[in-house]
Design a protein around this ligand. Sequence first.
Ligand SMILES: [Zn+2]
Length: 322
Amino acid sequence: VTGFVLGIDVGGTTVKAGLVGRDGAITAVRSVSSRLGGPRSFRRALEQLVAEVLAQMPPGAAVAAAGMGCKGRIDTAAARVRSLPGEFRYLEGEPLDRWIAGAVGRPVPVRLDNDARTALAGELRWGAARGRRNVALLTLGSGVGGAAFCDGRMLQGHAGAAGHLGHVTVDVEGPHCSCGNRGCVEAIFSARAIEGDALAAVRRGCESSLHADFAARPDALTCADVFRAAARGDVVARAIVRRAAGALSAAMAGIAHALDPELFLLGGSIAAAPALIGPLRSDFWRRTERLLGRRIPVRRAALGGEAGIAGAGALAWDAAGE
Ligand SMILES: [Zn+2]
């Protein structure tokens, strides 16, 4: 029997699912808008999505297990979402494992975890972290997610909250963060934070290509525009990026000193921004080389576009015992 697992990625704008083979190959990807409003319509959409994916399975094949990644704090033992700020709050406490097994149509092992840990599970099995035992991962997107694999195990912590590396404090009296703390790296480096800084500069009328391009349509300004302007030499954009990247490398230094990883992985949409990783790496090494006695490699995560499905598939293969 050809074996597959089901990988489900609950993202900010879409819920995606696909079949994931033993080699990490992803097929039959289907998606649905994540604006579903409540648990009932979420469950219906999930069942529909899974049915569409399973319909693509070759004859005689079977799904051995299922995995799901989503934001927030997850009770991995019970496969429940403990806390999930934002539009998916309604999933807190819901029996997602039963919904998924119900959608598959028979009792399969189901594993659920935070999306950053899921991404790291994928990198460990098929990506840039294969064979490693100590890896830290940051996912750089609209927020900053994190996961830590320490001494061969995914770090969970007392209440399952370990690895929220986006909430490492880098500025004691810095901007307020959605988590309740101040000066978290997420409040300074994330796409939302960078866009906010750039918009403020546009509104102040700073001399910048950003002002020329976006003063009339500030809502269209994205983090990618800020990085592009910085790469072109725009002074204002460069200052914004430099400050944000400084916060990121400071956070990475704190994490490295705490966890002593053999590898630092950067995933998410901003990790590919032009001219980010080079200067980031040098600054990170300057901050850590002396105490740690080496330069910890900093690499981009390898499992690009469908990393969420791949990671959920890796969890599922773990659950299937393979
Ligand atoms: Zn925070």
